[in-house]
Ligand binder design. Structure first.
Ligand code: ARG
Length: 380
């Protein structure tokens, strides 16, 4: 019987997306001519199919290349795959996450890596890492509403504490991983300190800056997005590259609803904070950005400044154009949060992103036990 006949009545989305995946030029050049039929036959007989490691790697690379919100796609071809599809228990998933941190952090010479766990079989049978990133700082909210730590993670911190976790109570306590498998509520896995590479923030000229006690982690490992490739949903697929300095300095440490450090820094600099027009925020922001870039370099931890990142993105757009491709782009995410108009990205005519492009990294469905305060957050 032909695959097409066998397929009647099967998951049409899986069939359509698998067919589209094997028709992509990057996939076609990798597989043998009969592969698509084989896959369709698998779906027809088992309701399912598996990617080969090579297919999974190109799927992940294309998901990165297609991801409209990433400014760092110039190096998309360098992505390394850690194939963790044999992990089944939450404990095995945690071990693979530590391995991800070790290999991708690479003692400060960060390299783009994705660890892929097995694809979702059903809503009830999926692996999920609840934390938005493998390394995140706790936010403890007092009864009065004041937060110690990262206010973005108040909900996650509460959830970890409800599961029995107790942090030291500092502004930079690394949260445990919350890993859920087989439809069960999550289990807790404190991140062993040896996998947490961090950088204390100091300033090249202001000796007092170090006394602010600021630090940040080296590795931005996104862990809550789903890798959608070939109709399969890899619901746990943590991936990481390296930071742009402004993500830390012009957002995490300076947003008013994050660490809100600009008033403190401006005060220490002796700026006139009584008037907006003194531009104290801008001056403090510049010094904080310089401090982050300086500190990462001093610690031997790779990080890119926003001008270099923007220049690399421009080169990526050019290279893609010469390959006959356009670059899916979400302008409001790509523009650096600091001095945007001084970078070429600000001036690019980037059309509205087509979010249906696959492969891609996509948002997840909410899990049955999840409270909306956590799942509902979609901060930029
Ligand atoms: N903006 C996020 C953060 O500050 C990280 C997002 C991914 N960034 C990256 N450079 N890969 O933690």
């Amino acid at each position: 019987m032909r695959a097409a006949d066998l397929l009647a009545g099967h998951d049409t989305e899986l069939v359509t997306q698998a067919t589209e995946f094997y028709a992509l030029p990057e996939v076609r050049e990798l597989v043998t001519p009969g592969r698509t039929d084989l896959v369709l036959h698998e779906i027809a007989t088992r309701g399912w199919y598996d990617h080969t490691p090579g297919e999974l790697l190109i799927g992940a690379k294309l998901a990165w290349r297609n991801h409209a919100r990433c400014i760092g796609r110039y190096t998309w071809q360098s992505l390394k795959l850690l194939d963790a599809r044999s992990c089944d228990t939450a404990d095995e998933v945690a071990q693979a996450c530590w391995e991800h941190l070790e290999i991708s952090s690479n003692a400060g010479r960060l390299r783009p890596v994705i660890t892929v766990f097995r694809a979702r079989r059903s809503q009830a049978d999926q692996i999920r890492i609840i934390n938005p990133q493998l390394i995140r700082y706790a936010g403890y909210q007092s009864a009065g509403g004041r937060v110690t730590g990262d206010p973005r993670h108040v909900g996650l911190t509460r959830q970890a504490m409800a599961l029995g976790w107790r942090g030291a109570g500092t502004r930079f306590d690394v949260l445990p991983l919350l890993i859920a498998v087989h439809g069960q509520p999550p289990a807790l896995f404190p991140v062993p300190p040896r996998y947490v590479l961090e950088v204390p923030i100091q300033h090249p000229r202001f000796a007092w800056f170090e006394g602010l006690g600021l630090r940040w982690h080296a590795n931005p490992a996104i862990s809550d997005l789903c890798l959608a490739a070939g109709g399969l949903r890899y619901t746990a697929a943590p991936f990481s590259g390296w930071y742009v300095g402004a993500e830390i300095a012009a957002r995490n440490l300076s947003d008013q609803n994050r660490y809100d450090m600009l008033p403190v820094i401006a005060e220490r600099m002796g700026l006139d904070t009584s008037r907006h027009s003194s531009l104290w925020r801008d001056r403090a922001l510049l010094e904080l950005n310089e401090a982050v870039i300086f500190s990462y370099a001093k610690a031997g931890v790779y990080l890119v400044d926003h001008h270099t990142a923007a220049a690399q993105f421009t080169a990526h757009v050019k290279r893609e154009a010469s390959a006959g491709r356009s670059v899916p782009a979400d302008w409001s995410w790509l523009v650096p949060p600091m001095s945007p108009s001084t970078t070429p990205v600000f001036h690019m005519a980037l059309g509205p992103p087509d979010l249906s492009v696959r492969p891609n990294f996509v948002r997840q469905d909410e899990l049955a036990w999840q409270d909306n305060a956590i799942a509902g957050e979609e901060p930029r």
